[in-house]
Design a protein around this ligand. Structure first.
Ligand code: CA
Length: 228
């Protein structure tokens, strides 16, 4: 069962959420204040999604969100905001929340959001095999996608295969022949130059300053290296 942290100081709202999470097959973990929530997260590193109320007696929900994100980028975070707190949505997303639900919400609305978020973040055990996270980059091998700082980078399949090869070999100088053989296949009879062309295009997409690349660096007379 997926663990869901419920941080909510109002006991009646908290038990309403808890009852419904159980009904929908989740394992709720309760916290009535921010300090307790952070404690429960330490005790339960396998919490899948955290529901964070904003107005709390001790630390506010945004600060809890910030502290979770400082060490954990995988946990799904949904802010529970009051209708009067329009700004909360923006602030919440800025501090690293994935979604927000406005109070009052129906049980099915809340669990639909949790279900959707769980699907988006994938199912725990597979994460390690399907994803490679390095610096600001997140490669998802199942979906064949790359994100930089949470923003999807549009790539061709060839570019994706090059990035995958790099991220599977961080810090290692890869010769242009290696890249050509791995990405294009040994039976490809094109020129090595095709590698350079694709690297140039990739740099435009992923480097902060493509003329001064820091992620894909050139190993003169040999090939390229992925380094962070
Ligand atoms: Ca509250």
């Amino acid at each position: 069962m997926k663990k869901v942290l419920v941080l909510e100081d109002e006991a009646n709202i908290r038990s309403f959420i808890v009852i419904n999470l159980k009904r929908f097959g989740y394992e709720p973990i309760e916290a009535e204040n921010g300090t307790k929530a952070l404690e429960m997260i330490k005790l339960n590193p396998d919490i899948k999604v955290a529901l964070l109320d904003v107005m709390l007696p001790d630390i506010d929900g945004f600060e809890v969100c910030r502290q979770i994100r400082a060490t954990n980028s995988k946990m799904g975070i949904i802010m529970l905001t009051a209708r009067s707190q329009e700004m909360d949505k923006v602030t919440g997303l800025m501090t690293g929340a994935d979604d927000y639900v406005t109070k009052p919400f129906s049980p099915s609305e809340l669990t639909a959001r949790i279900d959707a978020l769980c699907r988006r973040i994938g199912d725990g055990t597979e994460d390690n095999e399907n994803e490679i996270a390095q610096g600001p980059f997140l490669l998802n091998k199942r979906n064949r996608t790359l994100e930089k700082a949470g923003v999807r980078i549009k790539m061709t399949q060839v570019e994706y295969n090059i990035i995958k090869m790099f991220m599977e070999n961080p810090g290692k100088a890869l010769s242009r022949e290696d890249i050509l053989n791995t990405v294009w296949g040994r039976d490809y009879f094109g020129e090595l130059k095709i590698v350079d062309v694709n690297i140039r295009r990739l740099r435009v997409k992923i480097e902060d300053d493509p003329t001064n690349p820091i992620y894909i660096t050139t190993v003169w007379g040999y090939g390229y290296k992925w380094g962070l």
